[in-house]
Each structure stands twice: as structure tokens, then as C-alpha cells.
Write a protein that binds this ligand. Structure first.
Ligand code: XUL
Ligand code: CO
Length: 436
């Protein structure tokens, strides 16, 4: 194991009164809340692409991030060194999982076969590190958007040879994920979208994307990979229009192409914001379809119109997320992957620690608050009450499918004008604030 962070001790839970910035105030891994240890509620993951690879460049300037362990080359030795650093980082934070794109962990070679060999060599190191530490791969994915060959998409590229290259890359990424015991595999659209319809055959591109995903399902079966596939919705950026724009669009696409049984959704807060939805909305839509799989934990800046991938610190946000997760009964294969980067101004290695500590503490508070709201029971009772006219009489008959328009007309002619209740939004908002 490396010593990339010699001045940073293992981060301990010190409780809310601690003034030590390098301690958890609320996240206490083995503390049981709502019947389960905190670590098992969250299944936190480190996003390799941000924590280990993000230089913090932006459209106006180059990288600022200090990574003294990284020699800046594309050598295999440097990639293996980074893997050691990532595991040291996870050890010190007590984070059990990580997620990667193929090209985050291993640099791309001059040909596909060279890239695959490099990937295998780094996977050897990752496998050793997993064995030595007990850390696990939450999910893997392939980067089908950074290389210039993908500038018009991968599965939705107008060029069949690019489609084939992308397929070969996913095949390998899936095999390495399987070899490392990955618990899932993610497809984020990357450049699977378009910027102008003047050059785009939308129907043909969507058909190609579905064909690509069906091939992935076939290959998953062939190699015996049991984990779920996740689709990660995002409405724009890099494309103007992405095919997988939000939860509802993804679910519709999966259903239309007969893929729903093989996929769940990986929902990311900043993507929900860009889609004009709340995170809670996106989660509830996925949950209602039985397809909420995993979460990319971050947040956006509502004043900046792009994907700022900030660490989540908003307690209302984490409370909302944890309420949905408690309702679902918790993650099975998924987890909370910190798809977040420190600000460009926060360039020192210690900032990576502050960022993850803040996110983990924010989720710990969200969990405790959500668990108290559930235990209190008033919110649930009020919700149930709001729909109570469907519990008996005509409402129950509607839900059971026993009546149609003719019966409902006859009923209404007798019943007259309905007496309706208030939505009580403000009262409910006050109730939530009792717990926050
Ligand atoms: C991009 C994004 C990706 C996916 C994995 O906005 O969120 O990092 O999470 O490809
Ligand atoms: Co993401």
C-alpha cells in the first residue's frame, strides 16, 4: 500500500461536538440506524475518474489539482501506482467501494489489443489490492466519449466501424468488471445524442443503441456476469439532446426495445437538475417502475448551467434521497457513488478528504432524519389519508377495475359534487422541518 497521504490519519467518527475537520461528525460506519449499519445503507463508492484522474481543468484554464504521486505519464507503472493511492484513500476514509471507466484506471494504447493488455495489467493490480483490503468494485463502465473516434457517438455513431469499436471496448470492460467481482455495470450515454437533426436519423440511432445494449445483455449471459446493468439518465452535455434524457425517457426506451428486465437506473442529482427535475422525482419515477438501481451522489450549482458535479452537502437533498431508499428497502447491488469533484480552487490532496467526509456526513444526517420521519409516522399517515377515498366504496372499485365510465356516471349523478381535502403542502413542509 502506498503512502500518498502521510499527514492524514485514518478518518474516525468523533461525533457532532468534534472540531477536527478530518473526522466524521455523523457518519459512524457500524452504527445501526433503521435496522441496518450505516455502511450497509449507503455502500459509498469513490469515483476513480474524479478522485484519481480529474485535473480540475475547466473551459477557461488547465488543471490545478496537485497529485504528487502521479508522474503525469501514461505508463502502466504510473497507472498501477494510482491504483495503490486510490486504495489508500479508500482505506483512510473507510469507503468500501469504487467505480471506474476502463480508461480511468488504464491508459488507452495505440491499438485495441494494446489497450486490452494494459487494462489487464492494471486489473491484476486492482485484483491484488481488492484481495488485500476487502474493498469492492461497485460498478465498472467503458469510456465511449473521450477518444475523438467517438465525437459523433459510439452506439449511435453514423459510422458502423465506430459502433464496432465501442462494442469491443464494452466487451472488454464487462469482462474486467466481471473478473473483479463488480456488482453492476453502468451505461451512461456519453455522446449518445445529437446536436442537430439536419444530420441525424433519430430513429435509426435509437435502434442502433438498442441493438448495442441487446448485444451487451447477450455477452453478459455468455460470461456469466450476474450483476445488473444500469442506465444513467442525463438530458444534455456533451450532446444537445441525449437519448437517455431522464428517468421516464430511459424507462420508455428500455420498454420499447424489450430491455427493461435487464436494466435498472443509476440516478445522478446534477443530471436530474439539468433535466429540470428534482432528484426525488427522478428516484421516485425509477422506483415506481421497480428499476431504481444505484445513485451517483453529487449536486449541481443552480446558478451555473452545466454539470458541476459538486459534493452533496445539502441536508434536504440527502434526506429526500434517504427517504426514497428507506421506502425501497435499501440498495441491493447499488450504492452511493460520489460522482463528484472538488472545486478547481480546492487543489490540495487533503481537499479530497474534506469533500468525501462532507458528503458522507451529509448522508448520515439525511439517513437519521429520514429514519426519524419514518418512525414518527405522521407523514405516512397523512399521505395515506389523502388517498383514503380509494380504500373503500367507489374508490376501491376503481382500483380493482370493477367499474367503467357508465357506472361512474351513474354514481356521480347520485353522489353530486365531490368534497375534496386540502393538499396541506405548507403543513407538511413544516412537519419535515421539525426533523431537519
Ligand atoms: C457524466 C457522468 C459519468 C457517468 C459514468 O456526467 O456522470 O461520469 O457517471 O460514465
Ligand atoms: Co455519473
Amino acid at each position: 500500500m502506498s503512502e500518498a497521504f502521510p499527514d492524514i490519519p485514518k478518518i474516525q467518527f468523533e461525533g457532532p461536538k468534534s472540531k477536527n475537520a478530518l473526522s466524521f461528525k455523523h457518519y459512524n460506519a457500524d452504527e445501526v440506524v433503521a435496522g441496518k449499519k450505516m455502511r450497509d445503507h449507503f455502500r459509498f463508492g469513490v469515483a476513480y475518474w474524479h478522485a484519481m484522474r480529474n485535473t480540475l481543468s475547466d473551459p477557461f484554464g488547465g488543471g490545478t489539482s496537485q497529485k504528487p504521486w502521479d508522474d503525469g505519464t501514461d505508463s502502466i507503472a504510473n497507472a498501477q501506482k494510482r491504483a495503490h493511492v486510490c486504495f489508500e484513500f479508500m482505506e483512510k476514509l473507510g469507503i468500501d467501494y469504487y467505480c471506474f471507466h476502463d480508461r480511468d484506471v488504464a491508459p488507452e494504447g495505440k491499438s485495441l489489443s494494446e489497450s486490452n493488455q494494459i487494462f489487464d495489467a492494471v486489473a491484476d493490480t486492482l485484483e491484488e489490492l481488492q484481495k488485500a483490503t476487502g474493498k469492492k468494485l461497485l460498478w465498472g463502465t467503458a469510456c465511449l466519449f473521450a477518444n475523438p473516434r467517438y465525437n459523433q457517438g459510439a452506439a449511435t455513431s453514423p459510422n458502423a466501424n465506430v459502433f464496432a469499436y465501442g462494442a469491443a471496448q464494452v466487451k472488454k470492460a464487462l469482462e474486467v468488471t466481471h473478473r473483479l467481482g463488480g456488482e453492476g455495470y453502468t451505461f451512461w450515454g456519453g455522446r449518445e445524442g445529437y446536436s442537430t437533426l439536419w444530420n441525424t436519423d433519430l430513429k435509426r440511432e435509437m435502434d442502433h443503441l438498442a441493438a448495442f445494449l441487446h448485444m451487451a445483455v447477450d455477452h453478459k449471459k455468455k460470461i456469466g456476469f450476474k450483476g445488473p446493468f444500469y442506465i444513467e439518465p442525463k438530458p444534455r452535455e456533451p450532446s444537445t439532446h441525449q437519448y437517455d434524457s431522464d428517468s421516464a425517457a430511459c424507462l420508455n426506451f428500455l420498454r420499447q426495445y424489450d430491455l427493461l428486465e435487464h436494466f435498472k437506473l443509476n440516478i445522478e442529482t446534477n443530471h436530474a437538475t439539468l433535466a429540470g427535475h428534482s432528484m426525488r422525482h427522478e428516484l421516485e419515477v425509477a422506483l415506481a417502475a421497480g428499476a431504481l438501481g444505484s445513485i451517483d451522489a453529487n449536486t449541481g450549482d443552480e446558478l451555473i448551467g452545466w454539470d458541476t458535479d459538486q459534493f452533496p452537502t445539502n441536508i434536504y437533498l440527502t434526506t429526500n434521497i434517504m427517504l426514497v431508499l428507506l421506502k425501497m428497502g435499501g440498495f441491493t447491488t447499488g450504492g452511493l457513488n460520489f460522482d463528484a469533484k472538488v472545486r478547481r480552487e480546492s487543489f490540495e490532496p487533503v481537499d479530497l478528504f474534506h469533500a468525501h467526509i462532507g458528503g458522507m456526513d451529509a448522508f448520515a444526517r439525511g439517513l437519521k432524519i429520514a429514519a426519524s420521519i419514518v418512525e414518527d409516522g405522521r407523514l405516512e399517515a397523512l399521505l395515506k389519508q389523502r388517498y383514503s377515498t380509494f380504500d373503500s366504496g367507489i374508490g376501491a372499485q376503481i382500483e380493482k377495475g370493477e367499474v367503467g365510465f357508465a357506472e361512474l356516471e351513474a354514481y356521480t349523478l347520485k353522489n353530486g359534487e365531490p368534497v375534496i381535502g386540502s393538499g396541506r403542502q405548507e403543513m407538511l413542509e413544516n412537519l419535515i422541518n421539525e426533523f431537519i
